[in-house]
Write a protein that binds this ligand. Structure first.
Ligand code: F6R
Length: 261
């Protein structure tokens, strides 16, 4: 796993957006897996700026959703379907016909999960999957003790995650759904390149466990250690508990530019 320590969230967003732009220049119809939450917003802003100034063409790009609340209608402002339309698709000018996501309102939830895994495979698989990380080490909504080979399925959120996400629901934890559909860890690991961004001191413990801890279901993000091309981009605060921070800094500083992430 490569760990890149950046000055701040804006620098992380710019670096990852440039990586996505390079991918799209090589493969214009790349399937980009996107996450929601606060962390990836600087990535989406930087990518949208590149689209506006003509540095990248996203007209053939495709977007795949990572997870979704169960029980919120797709047009609820906080369904991840709505959030991604607002924060990713519209600013990039990508139509909903290029969007893949699970049906969080399906009556047959398990069927919807299996259908989504099939849809991802039929689309050729995810080329680059963006990930955030929960304060409890979750990726997607694979909460601690999720199977490391899990497929897309329904999960129950921990109370810690529901409390963390209450800010999107007027600060009212009771409005945060208990259940979600999430790509499984096994599904996520099938993407060709995983890029996790973490910013802020509240992510420092989870990042230390992800990068330097054992591979263990209790920290789902540690499964990135099993992936041949995983990049973890962290700001100084999120990197503050890494024992190998200096090594990661030196390694990245001397990396040939042509290698990219
Ligand atoms: C949401 C997702 C989650 C978030 C995580 C961090 O699609 O995949 O794993 O990335 O909960 O959220 P923020 O970035 O809001 O701290």
């Amino acid at each position: 796993m490569e760990v890149v320590i950046v000055a701040d969230a804006k620098a992380g967003g710019e670096l990852i957006a440039e990586t996505m732009a390079q991918l799209l220049r090589r493969k214009p119809d790349a399937l980009l897996g996107v996450a929601t939450g606060s962390t990836p917003l600087p990535i989406y802003q930087a990518l949208a700026a590149k689209v506006r100034n003509g540095a990248v063409d996203v007209s053939r790009a495709r977007i795949a959703q990572l997870d979704e609340y169960v029980g919120l209608p797709a047009d609820h402002p906080e369904s991840y379907h709505s959030v991604l339309r607002r924060e990713v698709l519209e600013p990039l000018g990508i139509g909903m016909d290029a969007f893949l996501g699970p049906d969080g309102a399906a009556e047959d939830v398990q069927g919807a999960c299996e259908a989504y895994d099939r849809e991802l495979a039929e689309a050729g698989g995810v080329d680059l999957q963006l990930l955030g990380i929960g304060t409890d080490g979750h990726i997607g909504f694979n909460e601690p003790c999720s199977s490391l080979v899990s497929r897309t399925r329904i999960k129950t959120l921990t109370e810690q995650t529901r409390a963390d996400n209450a800010r999107f629901f007027d600060g009212d934890v009771d409005q945060v759904p208990h259940h979600v559909i999430t790509q499984g860890i096994g599904t996520i690991l099938e993407a060709r390149h995983l890029v996790l961004l973490a910013t802020g001191e509240n992510k420092a413990d989870a990042i230390a466990a992800t990068v330097e801890g054992p591979v263990a279901a209790v920290c789902p993000a540690s499964a990135l250690q099993l992936h041949p091309h995983a990049t973890v981009v962290v700001d100084e605060a999120a990197a503050s508990k890494l024992k190998f921070a200096d090594y990661f800094r030196r390694t990245y500083a001397s990396k040939p530019e042509w290698q990219g992430l």
